[in-house]
Design a protein around this ligand. Structure first.
Ligand SMILES: C[S@@+](CC[C@H](N)C(=O)[O-])C[C@H]1O[C@@H](n2cnc3c(N)ncnc32)[C@H](O)[C@@H]1O
Length: 262
């Protein structure tokens, strides 16, 4: 499967995704990934930033509120339309464009930094995404992105639970098999049944890479590794969102920052 075909799946997901995320059901984003990502982010005040795979724009808006001058792209036109609607209501000077991460419509060295919140792993042509991010970054600029953790979001994965339903281990397998567009169907598990009723399930194509493949692609592109985090929810967060307890057992997510040398 190529990026255009994968993008059509995302466009079809976009309305239900936006509705559920804006209603607060993307709990891993809101209570774990985004706070950890922003905690790791260098100061962006006054910098020119590009958000790759921005979805409905939630995280792009947070970057703009930190003072970054943001451009954001997504392959799904429905997501970009949703993001633009918010921009019209509450302007933050964000320039949203429909574009693919593998073919960025920007000049070389146009941005001080680039971000990808849980998006780079959804593009099959991983090396082209990284080469494009490199190309549009100024020398000395950084790319920070989050992905599902390659070691624990494996083609085979199963939660092992105790008698109380608490996850005590995650069974992983098939780690070395690079999935190439296998489609999984799901909705945010935090959304109650009456909210999910009538919504078409997301269909997301998966493209898995091993940990070493990710790191070697970054190294081969020419990036310097700067920071890595494996965020996990604290006990207070799990008390508020018990469904996130499993993310305390293994790292569900991987956050990486790399820099284009000067
Ligand atoms: C898991 S969602 C994350 C959205 C958003 N960054 C967030 O954190 O809420 C993945 C996003 O990547 C986008 N995407 C997938 N393939 C893409 C591509 N080739 N170019 C740009 N965006 C892409 C999808 O449309 C979707 O918006």
């Amino acid at each position: 499967m190529d990026h255009e075909e994968a993008g059509r799946f995302w466009n079809d997901n976009a309305d239900a995704w936006t509705k559920l995320a804006r209603a607060g059901y993307d709990i891993y984003r809101d209570y774990l990934n985004t706070p950890a990502f922003l905690g790791m982010l260098p100061a962006v005040d006054g910098l020119l930033g590009l958000d790759i795979g921005c979805g409905e724009g939630h995280n792009t808006r947070l970057l703009a509120r930190r003072g970054a001058r943001m451009t954001a792209i997504d392959i799904a036109e429905v997501f970009i339309a949703q993001a633009r609607q918010v921009e019209e209501r509450e302007p933050l000077n964000i320039d949203y464009r429909v574009a693919s991460a593998v073919d960025l419509p920007f000049a070389n060295a146009a941005f001080d930094f680039a971000t990808g919140f849980m998006s780079l792993m959804d593009v099959p042509e991983t090396n082209r995404v990284l080469t494009e991010a490199w190309r549009v970054l100024k020398p000395g600029g950084f790319l920070q992105f989050s992905i599902t953790h390659p070691c624990f979001d494996t083609p085979h994965r199963r939660n092992l639970r105790d008698a109380n339903g608490k996850t005590y281990a995650i069974e992983v397998g098939d780690y070395f098999r690079n999935l190439d567009g296998e489609v999984t169907e799901w909705l945010f598990k935090a959304a109650p049944p009456h909210v999910k009723q009538g919504l078409r399930k997301f269909k997301t194509p998966r493209f898995t890479r091993t940990f070493s493949q990710w790191l070697n692609l970054l190294i081969d592109t020419g990036f310097l590794l700067e920071r890595i985090e494996e965020p996990r929810p604290d006990d207070e967060t799990v008390r508020a969102c018990p469904g996130m307890q499993d993310a305390q057992v293994v790292a569900y997510f991987l956050h990486i920052r790399v820099r284009k040398p000067k």
